[in-house]
Structure formats: structure tokens, C-alpha cells
Design a protein around this ligand. Structure first.
Ligand SMILES: [Zn+2]
Length: 71
């Protein structure tokens, strides 16, 4: 039996930022989605097993989905 191991970046959360932010990718001014993400080692591409990084805070543009790290 083979184990297929990879890495995947998971994000969760989706609260809106209190402030309007201008996206440097597409120029949209909107409330971005605040997300927390972590890179995991995965089995079979989907099962997160071991976290490889600390939590990263980021915001996501609602228009073009570009992500910007906030810390
Ligand atoms: Zn954008």
C-alpha cells in the first residue's frame, strides 16, 4: 500500500475586515475577508496530518481572491 504525501495550504475563517481596503492586484476597494491559514502535510492530498507552519493571518480580496499576508 502506498501513502501519497503532499502539502496543502488550508485556510479558514471569513470575517470581514472592519475597514475598506484597496486591493493592489485589481484595484477594488472593499471589505476583505480575514482568513487564517496553515500549511499541512497531507495524506492522499486531502487529509491534513502535520502542521508545517505556524498560523498565518491573511486577508483576501473579494473580487480577485488575491491574498495578502497581514503580519
Ligand atoms: Zn483584488
Amino acid at each position: 500500500m502506498f501513502f501519497i504525501i503532499g502539502t496543502k495550504f488550508f485556510t479558514w475563517g471569513g470575517a470581514k475586515t472592519p475597514d475598506m481596503i484597496r486591493c493592489s492586484e485589481c484595484g477594488t476597494v472593499a471589505q476583505f475577508s480575514e482568513k487564517t491559514g496553515m500549511r499541512f502535510l497531507t495524506l492522499f492530498f486531502i487529509v491534513p496530518t502535520i502542521p508545517l507552519s505556524g498560523k498565518k493571518k491573511m486577508i483576501e480580496c473579494p473580487n480577485c481572491k488575491a491574498r495578502f499576508q497581514t503580519d
